[in-house]
Ligand binder design. Structure first.
Ligand code: DOR
Ligand code: ZN
Length: 428
């Protein structure tokens, strides 16, 4: 055995005292007693599968003053995330074989954690989807416009479903209807205006058209990103098995009635809604109705967010804080560890088809070690995103003390142990 890790590990739904053997970066055995060339004993600390964040915007290429693949993936590593999936709204947008392979080559040199890359489907590349399918991790579709987003009309949505004729790559959808958004456009002075300009009705319309369309394509894997309203939740209650639902920490923890300041920092699409929506979504993660927790890490600098509310870009960072926030909530019993691990490890691994997300023989040896007594508060001075701030400043959190990726120690006692380029592309 090359490496053996001993501790209280989450195996098959329970924490058990055991040893995990690792060979060539994969879990090779799980037993009461094992010997290894390198041996780590974590005593009573918890060993969980590392997180998988299926929704990040690392801004590389084109907006690297906000974030780049190295800072974004370093933030992921410190947050206990061993694998991220990057969105296509970069400059240039990831919509062709060339832009996709350029992004993979560049990210391979910079990444601290493993990664996948989505291709965006637009009205102009919908004809070429077949050739992109093999190489990308999945497809992203924007039904409504948002920061540097890619447009696809309803007719071409049908084309997309038709053309992605293998069930092997998922289609992720930003579900806000563009016509509806255009009908509510107004001058925005604050978060309430922003909410009114992107009402739940736009989410409902988009979800209805996805549900209608997907009835004929039951073997396509469809993921609805960042569900934000209880109306949307209601519509998805009887969805077919091929449709999964994701929610973000901000839609689960924030609400418009809170005194969110400065307001521009909390401007995000879809918007933060009412406490009623927030509570319904939170109940959804507790009862298993929601499948995936995704950060929608969308960093913008404080300079970008300064000035007029109306011109501030939407989005905020989240990849480093998502797991620590919810580990802290799990410790307090607000959500079970079982549910959290399904939402942020197991279900993301299933959706993207990666051999991670569970402590199981044959899977990648990606773990986080958590000392349940090491509570802290989020302090943006200690975070690693280039943007330098967090919408969850001061919130209680439990950061992992140690992170393993493919059996290598990535973080030890809150210090990075590997170099840029350690992360590998997992898409193909
Ligand atoms: O608020 C958002 N920001 N929503 C999105 O869909 C895109 C994101 C970004 O890239 O900034
Ligand atoms: Zn996003």
């Amino acid at each position: 055995m090359e490496v053996t890790i001993e501790g209280k590990a989450y195996i098959d739904g329970d924490f058990v005292d055991c040893c995990i053997g690792i060979v060539d970066g994969r879990i090779s055995a799980i037993k009461k007693i094992l010997k290894g060339d390198r041996y780590y004993n974590f005593g009573s600390k918890l060993i969980l599968p590392a997180g998988i964040d299926i929704h990040v915007h690392f801004r590389d290429p084109g907006m690297t003053y906000k974030e780049d693949f190295s800072t974004g993936s370093l933030a992921a590593a410190f947050g206990g995330v061993s694998c991220v999936f990057d969105m296509p709204n970069t400059i240039p947008q990831t919509t062709s074989l060339q832009t996709l392979s350029d992004k993979i080559v560049s990210a391979n040199k910079k990444a601290y954690v493993d990664f996948g890359i989505y291709v965006g489907v637009t009205d102009s590349n919908v004809e070429n989807i077949e050739e992109l399918t093999e190489k990308c991790s999945g497809f992203k579709i924007y039904l409504g416009s948002t920061t540097n987003s890619l447009q696809l009309d309803e007719n071409n949505l049908k084309q997309t479903f038709k053309r992605i004729n293998s069930a092997s790559k998922p289609i992720l959808i930003h579900a806000e209807d563009n016509k509806c958004l255009n009908g509510h456009k107004m001058w925005e002075n604050n978060l309430v205006d922003h909410l009114h300009s992107r009402p739940a009705e736009c989410e409902e319309i988009a979800i209805k058209s996805i549900l209608k369309m997907s009835r004929n394509y039951l073997n396509r894997r469809i993921h609805i990103c960042h569900l934000s309203s209880c109306e949307g939740l209601e519509l998805l209650k009887n969805r077919s098995k091929n449709i999964s639902v994701g929610v973000t920490p901000h839609h689960l923890l924030l609400n418009i009635e809170k005194n969110l300041k400065p307001q521009a920092l909390y401007k995000v699409n879809p918007p933060v809604r009412t406490s009623f929506d927030r509570d319904a979504l939170f109940e959804g993660i507790r009862n298993g109705f929601v499948d995936i927790l995704e950060s929608d890490h969308a960093p913008h600098t404080l300079e970008d967010k300064a000035g007029e509310f109306s011109s501030a870009p939407s989005g905020h960072p989240g990849v480093e804080t998502v797991f620590p926030l919810f580990l802290s909530l799990a410790k307090k019993g607000k959500l079970s560890f079982q549910r959290l691990i399904s939402l942020f490890c197991e279900n993301p691994a299933n959706l993207l088809g990666v051999s991670k997300g569970r402590i199981e023989v044959g899977r990648d040896a990606d773990f986080v070690v958590v000392d349940i007594k090491e509570d802290c508060r989020i302090n943006s001075e200690n975070l690693h995103s280039k943007c330098g701030w967090s919408p969850f400043e001061g919130w209680p959190a439990l950061f992992p003390t140690c992170v393993f990726v493919r059996g290598e120690k990535l973080i030890e006692e809150h210090e990075i142990q590997v170099k840029q380029g350690f992360g590998r592309f997992v898409g193909e």
